[in-house]
Design a protein around this ligand. Structure first.
Ligand SMILES: [Zn+2]
Ligand SMILES: [Zn+2]
Length: 151
């Protein structure tokens, strides 16, 4: 067992492969960082992830991020809650959501399990008054036709 800290694992449970990078910075900045005991590796990583937010996954470091109507997700977005076609899947990405958008119509924030619905050609969500009303109307129609299935 090699000495030192245990390997950092990514969100897939795989060790994060690391390397050394050299960068050139002003001497005074180096001195400042040293004086304030700021870990340069940590700082670089934090700054890079922040600047590249939604371009790289902070959980598994994949660059394969998909923007969908619900938000941004690492890798596979072909699940039943996310009806976007033609995006990459079958990757080893962790599939975590990085950020959710708000619904264009009702401003509700999307969630991992929220559905998206077509509302007169626009993308709405489960919380949209129009969608809720549509569901209610469908129930009424089914009742009128004697459909007793529970919805
Ligand atoms: Zn990821
Ligand atoms: Zn909505």
């Amino acid at each position: 067992m090699p000495a030192g800290r245990p390997a950092e694992l990514d969100s897939n449970g795989k060790p994060v492969t690391k390397c050394l990078v050299n960068c050139t910075i002003p001497v005074k900045l180096r001195d400042f960082l040293a004086e304030h005991k700021i870990n340069r590796s940590e700082l670089f990583r934090t700054a890079a992830l922040k600047m590249m937010e939604l371009k790289i996954c902070p959980y598994c470091y994949s660059h394969d991020i998909n923007e969908t109507p619900k938000g941004w997700r690492c890798g596979n977005s072909l699940d039943k809650y996310n009806k976007l076609e033609g995006v990459n899947n079958g990757t080893t990405n962790c599939g975590k959501w990085l950020k959710f958008k708000r619904c264009d119509l009702c401003e509700a924030i999307h969630t991992p399990t929220s559905g998206i619905h077509d509302v007169n050609g626009q993308i709405g969500c489960d919380q949209c008054p129009e969608v809720i009303k549509q569901k209610e109307d469908n129930k009424k129609i089914n009742v009128a036709f004697g459909d007793v299935r529970t919805l």
